[in-house]
Design a protein around this ligand. Structure first.
Ligand SMILES: NC(=O)C1=CN([C@@H]2O[C@H](COP(=O)(O)OP(=O)(O)OC[C@H]3O[C@@H](n4cnc5c(N)ncnc54)[C@H](O)[C@@H]3O)[C@@H](O)[C@H]2O)[C@H](O)CC1
Ligand SMILES: [K+]
Length: 550
């Protein structure tokens, strides 16, 4: 595990911070260290040309100046507005203001609060003594090239209202790029919820450990791009609060690639590399079966069987010459009416079912749910499961089930969770995993995967703990019909392979989600966000693997 794998709540961050202070680190010294790192990072972002994060701040300042017909800077340096709140987020901001001032930047401080925490007040007094101008009117910020947001960090506990809320809205409306310290002010650290109103940052520097909000879809428009400022939190303090195996883990390249089925054993053969059965497609949605199969192909699966309605069997065979295509009896409209009598489900390492089936394939889906095979269920497979009764059916299964709903499917599968979890995707996924015992992969900008931790090794107090994996990097290019079908096949392939290789199953879904997203990112880079149709995506899985498995 690296620092990039950890994710904390505000409460956990506070507990870690408390341990550091109790061990002797002075609060003021830590603030000085952290804010020094922030100030240097801001300078680097402003200076460096070409890096993407820098590009985003710089591009915007340049564009704004061009639009206004002025040069980027009046003096040699851009004008930086620093927004200062009452707590230690404001303290960080004041140290940043002071450091940038000493580096020759023109700095303007906006602080509309009269009551500041003691340390923050000390820094404000010193900044005033240096003649850095202080204002309590937003008007004073309008000529700034960049705003640094230190209004609220993880100490924000209640809705922002009245004059403060109006000020935040006015700041957003200035259309000046904003860099937020720790979190965009107004965003709830854990749920990512907007508490009244929130700063819309262009870039956010998250301090010390990733906060949950960075992995909550609804906060993303406010966070902009983001990076972690590592300030050397001792590993022992992290482990003391999060445990040796943290309940929530951020997926990284290293953690994802660790679970790839590589290298292959030199004496492996097709059956030791896994046999996957895909059950997908209908006359109406034949493409879904092809896309799932192409996703599975990229997993390197040893043997691929695909069960489709008889009338599209020839089409599948022509697209996937290596696969064993099984024609199934079909309904009048061309959906699978049932699985062929001769099919022996126990001969497969895993089954992936759902894409393009239509609701008419209920009997086939029931058969796989009743089987003792590890199963990936998606799309119409999930709609059929919801009709059958998600929790009783999944709780009965003896083998692993991984379900891959998007938020709409999730609501249909778990209507009982709608009130409890609201829009907190992470809490919702954890609750669903607890409820039914399956692994839940909730699709979205930040894919969230929860599963019950395997019981035997756990102390009693942890008996029903869930482990959650969050995928931090993706692209809206994947928000497109068919990309889910590709994920189902890829995940099914990795699952069957892991079973054949007797590898741990817990991280398979995380690896698939990471790989799928990275392929989308690579495809979008080369072809733009509009150029990543689902078939194209399948063609990027192996080139991506080559890049990240090196
Ligand atoms: N993580 C670390 O170890 C470090 C964190 N640093 C910075 O400290 C902040 C957290 O500071 P804290 O003082 O606890 O809270 P905030 O600055 O986020 O704000 C709390 C402040 O605001 C008041 N308040 C809360 N809600 C509202 C509201 N809705 N309207 C108005 N006022 C509100 C509250 O009463 C407090 O006074 C963290 O994010 C980091 O930036 C350290 O500097 C370095 C180490
Ligand atoms: K902030």
């Amino acid at each position: 595990m690296t620092i990039q794998n950890f994710v904390v709540t505000a409460d956990q961050m506070r507990q870690i911070e408390t341990r550091i202070f109790a061990a002797g680190m002075p609060v003021a010294a830590l603030m000085e260290k952290v804010a020094g790192l922030i100030a240097r990072r801001i300078q680097a972002l402003l200076k460096a040309e070409g890096s993407s994060a820098t590009g985003s701040v710089r591009d915007l300042t340049d564009r704004r100046k061009r639009e206004e017909g002025k040069n980027l800077v009046k003096s040699q340096f851009p004008v930086i507005g620093v927004l200062v709140g009452p707590g230690h987020n404001g303290g960080d901001a004041l140290v940043v203001a002071r450091e940038l001032h000493f580096q020759g930047f023109q700095v303007v401080i906006y602080c509309p609060f009269s009551k500041l925490k003691e340390l923050t007040k000390n820094h404000a007094d010193y900044a005033r003594s240096l003649n850095i101008p202080f204002f309590d009117k937003i008007e004073a910020l309008k000529n700034c090239d960049l705003l640094v947001d230190g209004l609220f960090g993880f100490g924000l506990e209640r809705e922002i209202i009245n004059a403060t809320a109006a000020a935040l809205d006015e700041i957003n409306n200035l259309n000046i790029p904003i860099l937020s310290i720790d979190l965009p002010s107004g965003i709830h650290t854990d749920t990512g919820e907007v508490l009244g109103t929130a700063i819309r940052a262009k870039h956010t520097l998250c301090l010390g450990l990733w906060k949950m909000a960075f992995l909550q879809d609804r906060a993303l428009e406010y966070i902009g791009s983001s990076e972690l400022i590592d300030f050397d939190i001792p590993a022992a303090d992290i482990a003391a609060i999060l445990g040796e195996t943290p309940a929530i883990q951020r997926i990284t390249r290293a953690s994802a690639t660790q679970h790839l089925p590589l290298p292959r054993s030199p004496i492996s053969h097709k059956y030791t590399n896994g046999h996957l059965l895909i059950i997908a497609g209908s006359r109406r949605y034949s493409g879904a079966a092809i896309l799932a199969a192409l996703g599975a192909r990229a997993s390197g699966i040893g043997m691929l069987s695909i069960a489709v309605p008889e009338s599209i069997k020839a089409m599948l065979s022509s697209q996937l010459p290596e696969a064993l295509v099984i024609g199934c009896p079909e309904t009048q409209s061309g959906a699978i009416s049932e699985l062929p009598v001769a099919i022996d489900l126990s001969s497969y390492d895993a089954i992936a079912a759902g894409p393009g089936l239509t609701l008419e394939a209920a009997i086939a889906v029931e058969s796989v749910l009743e089987s003792d095979r590890p199963l990936v269920l998606d799309a119409d497979g999930l709609n059929i499961l919801a009709q059958l009764g998600t929790v009783p059916i999944l709780s009965e299964r003896s083998a692993l089930t991984i379900i891959t709903p998007h938020p709409g499917e999730f609501k249909r599968l778990f209507p009982e969770l709608a009130d409890r979890t609201g829009e907190d995707r992470i809490a919702a996924t954890q609750a669903a995993a607890q409820l039914c015992g399956a692994t839940i992969l909730l699709k979205g900008a930040k894919v969230c995967i929860s599963c019950k931790e395997e019981g035997d090794s756990l102390p009693d107090s942890y008996a029903s703990r869930t482990i959650t994996y969050l995928n931090p990097e993706s692209t809206p290019a994947l928000a497109r019909g068919g990309s889910g079908d590709v994920l189902t096949g890829l995940l099914g392939g990795l699952l069957a392979t892991a079973i054949a290789r007797k590898s741990p199953l817990q991280s398979v879904a995380a690896t698939a989600a990471w790989w799928h997203a990275q392929a989308g990112i690579m495809a979008a880079k080369e072809r733009t966000e509009l150029g990543v149709d689902a078939f194209t995506l399948t063609q990027y899985l192996i080139p991506t693997l080559r890049e990240f498995a090196e």
